[in-house]
Write a protein that binds this ligand. Sequence first.
Ligand code: PLP
Length: 465
Amino acid sequence: MRYVSTRGTAPTLDFAGATLAGLAADGGLYVPESWPTLSDEQIAALAGKSYAETAATVMAPFVAGSLSEDELRALCDTAYGRFAHDAVTPLVQLDHDQWLLELFHGPTLAFKDVALQLLGLLFERFLTGTTEHLTIIGATSGDTGSAAIDAVAGRAGIDIFMLHPEGRVSEVQRRQMTTVGAPNVHNIAIRGDFDTAQALVKAMFNDAAFAGRFRLSAVNSINWARLMAQVVYYFYAAVRLGAPARAVAFSVPTGNFGDVFAGYVAARMGLPVAKLVVATNVNDILARALTTGDYSSREVVPTATPSMDIQVSSNFERLLYDLGGRDGGALATQMRGFEAERAMRLSNAQREGAAGLFVGERVDPDGMALAMRHACERAGQVIDPHTAIALAAARRHLAPDVPMMTLATAHPAKFGDAVERATGVRPSLPARVGDLFEREERCVTLDATYAAVSAHVAAHAVPRG
Ligand SMILES: *Cc1c(COP(=O)(O)O)cnc(C)c1O
């Protein structure tokens, strides 16, 4: 399988190359040159398979040329063996036609583990036998940092430097990052806010001398391998509710459009998906774009669902590329316009293409709290605020004989205060993270200056061979 950039001019890469590169050199995102498909017989045959077997079958065409089927299967066994539930992503029935698809049974209680556990192994595999050493640098406001650190802790050939704003992540989130003892994990608390931390990371990537000394990489959801790993649970869940004989629908709490784009890929591969509900909070750029074609960025409003507090949704570019006839030149022009104006209109082809499958829904804080209460009172399910946004949106799109699955993206204990406010129930942390409060923390605190942060990274990172 070959990977092309959405902006048309970066070199075409194989799967290993696209995984290690993350972002394409022309500023675009890598996508497969064409969508592989599974026949109805192949989809039906997934019904009795384990999660790891399903993962290997669904992902095999995407990694062809870079990994053998046996290698891929072994990586899936390792990555998904670390999940606390045998089904990895179990379904929980809420009522006659609604289910929760629980994605939070990984080591850090966030759905990001599903993709990052595999990505950490892929990085290690593709570096083995080379003299390359990867320096991953990221900034986090909470969840991504802990999932990324857990995924690469102790892996050969990789160091990870994770910046977080000092005092602005929850204690659970901080401890999930700082109590990982592995020597290749470097936590940096920045005396500043998240945007400042993010700007410092960007500055290191854009510093030609710095980027020349170290092989830098990123783990945010622009990395194709992350999206690929998320396609799997759409298949795994759908066949359990009757696919391919029966069409299914999903409602997805959406921020950067990575998770719901994976649902689109599943549909392109042949899974009968009747609808993908793109659920947003009041930061509703995606709901507006899908409803009216207006993709314009406003100020970010902080909410109880921080992972959805975005005003630019990086993976939306992948959808616009695919729906716009895969014309890299035209998309590059469209995106440059957006970067200059912070606003753009979708083309007719993009709007009509999206309308067949996607529907955007904005849910306000009252709708979110109500959904949490309903799930608790009617089905005995305590759900996190992100999941509640998608559940509220799902209720607006129920159709006869189409099972609706709402993706549950975080364990409710990660957002205990908001859950308790809405339901009166305080969810407790699962036993597997139980000694979080006893473990020793490792973290340095630095001033939010480029000199301080880049010097610290340079002193602890391994230069290019
Ligand atoms: C990251 C995240 C999301 C948003 O996923 P995207 O792929 O960015 O759309 C939703 N819920 C939770 C809990 C998350 O951590």
